[in-house]
Design a binder for this molecule. Structure first.
Ligand SMILES: C[S@@+](CC[C@H](N)C(=O)[O-])C[C@H]1O[C@@H](n2cnc3c(N)ncnc32)[C@H](O)[C@@H]1O
Length: 367
């Protein structure tokens, strides 16, 4: 892995997407959530009936019109994704009181239905629990039966696959082996409930922007990219916001295409001066993965790491992890004219590996 490109474009993803047919291996995105108030204005700017419907208490119709806009994006994804490629959509349902009528708007089920109609295979999905510490989180009048509502403290990651088989040349087969994940990661990530995303709201170069832009924790695209793509693949985020998907793609040697209707947000997120320190932040993610793996190897309760990884020289559980490797970022630069960030990678040095192994031993011995 030598280099990846990350383009960022201001465009309306309800309209034609600037991507070629069958050019994308994976979509990871989180759209503006229909019927969540912070996104009303943006939906109304694309369909001027929506605001009036909400004002007149016709929530179900407003909900449907918002989803009709999203459908225009989903429909194009079917053409853009390569056969056997994946789409992972992160979305939360909405609860809302409209003219004293409290109701749930089930965004996740409406999106599953849209993808299924388009011909995608609907795969088992993930629910992840959001960090919550609101003192008055309960909705309704309290202790009397029927007087309170269940609070929503989770979001959905919906997973779809375009029909067809991904074919691998002998060279691509090796890249696929290099892109394997650790056995312990597989066990946690390929589970339908993620409770450990809590608290991973990492310090990022654009923290203040992230808070008001509905950004998801980097752990979400990070896992999905490792689960459903390989080195050198193209990942698309048509609602890229602060560019969290792009950051995960940079970390793991995937190319990315990032589209958002908000030019200011795009420019701020992909601004090189604010990316100062980013290289070491992103490299730390991979170092933490390796450290965590070595802590598991050192854990006496986890026996039988009986294979040896040939590139990292670390014990691993399965034959499929023998070629797993990581590529640290060497440099991040920007081609302003092309609206593109370029990331160069290097090989992991022997001294770096030795340090990871000794640090993880220290941690295990101290616990
Ligand atoms: C939930 S946020 C995505 C946050 C992103 N995952 C992150 O981590 O920052 C939804 C994004 O969709 C963008 N958006 C809304 N309507 C759009 C449209 N029609 N085309 C492209 N982007 C749109 C908004 O500007 C917003 O940044």
């Amino acid at each position: 892995m030598k280099k990846t490109n990350h383009s960022y474009l201001e465009a309306d993803s309800f309209g034609p997407l600037p991507c070629e047919e069958e050019s994308v291996h994976l979509v990871v995105t989180s759209p503006p959530y229909p019927m969540v108030e912070m996104w009303d204005q943006i939906y109304s700017s694309f369909d001027d009936e929506i605001d009036g419907l909400i004002q007149n208490g016709r929530g179900a119709e407003a909900f449907e019109r918002m989803h009709c806009l999203l459908d225009q994006c989903w429909q194009q994804l079917y053409t853009i994704i390569k056969p056997g490629g994946f789409a992972c959509i992160n979305v939360g349902d909405a609860t809302r009181n409209i003219q004293n009528h409290f109701q749930l708007f089930s965004n996740h089920s409406r999106i599953v239905s849209a993808f299924s109609k388009l011909g995608f295979d609907v795969l088992p999905s993930v629910i992840w629990r959001k960090p919550t510490n609101a003192p008055n989180k309960f909705m309704g009048s309290g202790m009397l039966p029927g007087g309170a509502y269940v609070t929503l403290e989770h979001e959905h990651i919906l997973i779809f696959r375009k029909r067809g088989k991904r074919l691998h040349s002998p060279q691509e087969k090796m890249i696929r082996s290099n892109s394997a994940v650790f056995w312990e990661e597989r066990n946690i990530w390929f589970s339908d409930l993620w409770t450990d995303v809590i608290g991973t709201r990492q310090k990022m170069h654009i923290d203040s922007l992230r808070k008001r832009s509905g950004a998801f924790p980097i752990e979400i695209p990070y896992r999905l990219i490792l689960m459903y793509s390989q080195y050198g693949d193209v990942v698309l985020d048509p609602f890229s916001g602060t560019g969290t998907t792009a950051l995960a793609a940079m970390t793991f040697g995937r190319n990315s295409i990032n589209i958002d209707a908000d030019q200011n947000l795009l420019n701020a997120s992909f601004k090189i001066p604010t990316m100062h320190g980013l290289k070491s932040d992103l490299n730390q993610i991979n170092i933490n993965r390796l450290r965590k793996h070595m802590e598991n190897v050192n854990d006496k309760n986890m026996l039988f790491f009986r294979y040896k990884n040939e590139l990292l020289k670390m014990p691993v559980k399965t034959n499929q992890e023998k070629q797993l490797t990581i590529y640290p970022i060497k440099s991040i630069s920007k081609n302003e004219a092309e609206h593109e960030v370029i990331v160069n990678y290097r090989k992991l040095k022997k001294e770096e590996l030795a340090e990871i192994i000794s640090k993880s031993l220290e941690i295990t011995m101290n616990t």
